[in-house]
Design a protein around this ligand. Structure first.
Ligand code: NI
Length: 197
């Protein structure tokens, strides 16, 4: 199973989350808002050093379907450049804000895109017990869990979810690893919602 975090980095919450994941030997995937990287470079470097997958969530957290082609390109490229400067040249997969893309966007995006298959709407309830219960109820092998590492309630929930699912025998993989173990070869411009082949 894969656990993913959007809308960071955010020092007060991302840092304790990284500590908790490290203690549990869990790799996650972080989709970062580009404009929040400055000032949090050490956290982003830590993500990579500790084996997490780092991806992009656009520069300003914008809905891709509302943008001109130029703005969309800038939103994606600016974030890629910030990540390349910090971590070196790799392919930074994209999570479209709100999970929305249209066909025209898909032609412009030159990396795989990742949605999710389990969404406990953690940003709405901000209730740790509710978030944990919703994810545990929906958990199945090969799924992609969506959480936001900008809320304390979500960080707490994430660590409880990890503890419970590890006890059930789940292993946590990055999204890239989850697709790979399922024999999926990720293609640019395609939106993947789970690791189901
Ligand atoms: Ni978001």
């Amino acid at each position: 199973i894969a656990i993913t975090f959007d809308d960071g980095p955010h020092r007060e919450t991302t840092e304790p989350l990284l500590d908790g994941l490290l203690e549990r030997d869990v790799r996650a995937t972080f989709f970062l808002i580009g404009r929040q990287i400055a000032g949090n470079e050490d956290l982003v470097e830590r993500m990579e050093e500790e084996g997490h997958q780092v991806g992009s969530h656009t520069w300003n957290h914008v809905r891709l379907t509302d943008l001109s082609q130029d703005t969309l390109r800038r939103e994606v490229e600016q974030t890629e450049e910030a990540l390349e400067t910090l971590l070196g040249g790799e392919s930074y997969w994209l999570r479209p804000p709100y999970g929305t893309v249209d066909d025209a966007d898909q032609e412009l995006i030159d990396v795989p895109m990742i949605k999710w298959s389990i969404d406990p709407r953690d940003w709405e309830s901000r209730n740790t017990a509710q978030i944990v219960a919703a994810v545990l109820e929906a958990a199945k092998p090969n799924q992609i869990i969506l959480l936001h590492d900008i809320y304390e309630t979500s960080v707490q929930a994430a660590l409880e979810i990890v503890d419970s699912l590890q006890e059930e025998g789940y292993r946590f993989l990055t999204v890239e690893e989850l697709l790979e173990v399922n024999g999926i070869e990720p293609e640019a411009g395609i939106l993947y919602c789970s690791g189901d082949p």
